[in-house]
Design a protein around this ligand. Sequence first.
Ligand code: ZN
Length: 74
Amino acid sequence: MTLDLSAPKCSCEKFERLEGASVNAYAAAFLEDLGQSDPQKKNHFRCRACGRLWERRAPEVKTGSTRPSLVRVS
Ligand SMILES: [Zn+2]
């Protein structure tokens, strides 16, 4: 395995969940929107750096949250 030091390093292994403004910021920086090529994968993302999969979830009303979240699924 080679290590490409020119590639920006993602932070996927450091957290399992993101919320609020960081969701869109992180998605824009590292994640590929799988829903663009496959409508069935709407709200699913794959990290361009490490390949981990993420799912964007709508705000969960029952928890009182009004912000979307990004949950790591692999
Ligand atoms: Zn990653």
